[in-house]
Design a protein around this ligand. Structure first.
Ligand code: ADP
Length: 322
């Protein structure tokens, strides 16, 4: 598709407009995970991800179905619990606690948005932090900020960082500008990129809806990450030549010629920005596929960490004097 479009060259002969193929990178991660899962199976461990979907939100239902398929394809257990839109908060919390206690479940994800009678923060806090593979529990948010690596980072920003690493983008000392400061993308993305770590060590600027003169920030960016949910927010006059663009936006815009009457676009004016960028993610098939790959990765890690904890416990138990 986009990858067929010819690339141009910058003033220093550098090739511009290279596509970062999120689907292909996610595919490689999922293939590697499948090998790891097969190894765990030989030890009698099958990583299990439980997803709770409350109500009939069609987009939520599509995401949940693809998460379940991805788990099964990787040799993991994918359990989906579908609850009616009338579910009370107490009922949902009962399900969460049952999953916390279920040893076959290593990861728990509650699909957002939730119906209005349920407070999402209360639900997130009820999830066992060691099963919180979405990385939204305050314990995991705190661990991410202080750089403690035994927690879980949220899947979308973790996927963006992985895309940068896999695409050979050096982040050390670079100016990275983020557009958007949500708890799901912008803030955890900034925390990841600030750590003293591979794919990080950057100078990070976070812009949001009250930022004055957004273009003055974005034009300084070596790497620009857009997560504002605004189609064509980033235009060609807002970027410097050679920039790396990561487009996290997924916006529906109406298109009578498309089969569904709409198509998905990012936050970046792709056609006009691409010729200036050294590398750029498309929408779809950029960041999107990475989110699910990182969810699986977190779940496999949850299972591995639990196995290591119980091995540690039994080793400690055998060391006890008789
Ligand atoms: P997401 O879940 O993708 O992060 P949200 O809708 O939760 O999306 O957050 C959108 C973010 O984008 C907010 O932090 C908001 O301040 C930022 N934003 C929205 N519009 C603009 C804009 N025109 N300029 C800069 N930032 C914006």
């Amino acid at each position: 598709m986009h990858a067929d479009i010819a690339t141009s060259h910058g003033s220093e002969g550098e090739e511009l407009g290279r596509i970062i193929d999120g689907s292909a990178i996610a595919r490689r991660i999922r293939d590697k995970l499948a090998v790891e899962v097969a190894g765990l199976a030989r030890e009698g461990i099958v990583p299990g991800l439980a997803v709770i979907l409350v109500g009939e939100d069609p987009a939520g239902a599509v995401y949940v179905a693809s998460k379940e398929r991805a788990c099964i394809e990787a040799g993991m257990n994918g359990i989906t619990i579908r609850l009616p839109a009338t579910t009370t908060q107490a009922e949902l919390l009962t399900h969460v606690r049952a999953l916390n206690d279920d040893s076959a479940v290593h990861g728990i994800l509650v699909q957002m948005p939730l119906p209005k009678q349920i407070d999402p923060d209360t639900v997130i806090r009820a999830i066992d932090p060691m099963k919180d593979v979405d990385g939204f529990h305050p314990i995991n948010v705190g661990k991410l900020l202080i750089g403690e690596e035994d927690g879980f980072a949220p899947c979308t920003p973790a996927g963006v960082q992985e895309l940068l690493i896999q695409s050979g983008v050096n982040t050390l000392g670079k100016d990275i500008v983020l557009i958007g400061r949500s708890n799901i993308v912008g803030k955890p993305m900034a925390a990841l990129l600030l750590q003293d770590h591979l794919g990080a060590n950057a100078t990070v600027t976070i812009c949001h809806r009250y930022t004055r003169d957004l273009p003055s920030h974005t034009r300084r960016a070596d790497i620009l990450i857009a997560a504002a949910g605004r189609p064509k927010l980033v235009t060609a006059d807002m970027v410097k030549p050679g920039v790396v663009i990561i487009d996290v936006g997924i916006n529906r815009v109406s298109d009578p010629s498309a089969p569904k009457g709409y198509r998905l676009v990012g936050d970046v004016d792709f056609d006009n920005v691409r010729p200036l960028a050294s590398q750029i993610t498309p929408v779809p098939k950029g960041v999107g596929p990475m989110t699910i790959a990182m969810l699986l990765k977190n779940t496999v890690r949850a299972a591995t960490m639990r196995a290591a904890r119980s091995a540690g416990r039994s080793a400690a138990a055998t060391r006890q004097p008789a």
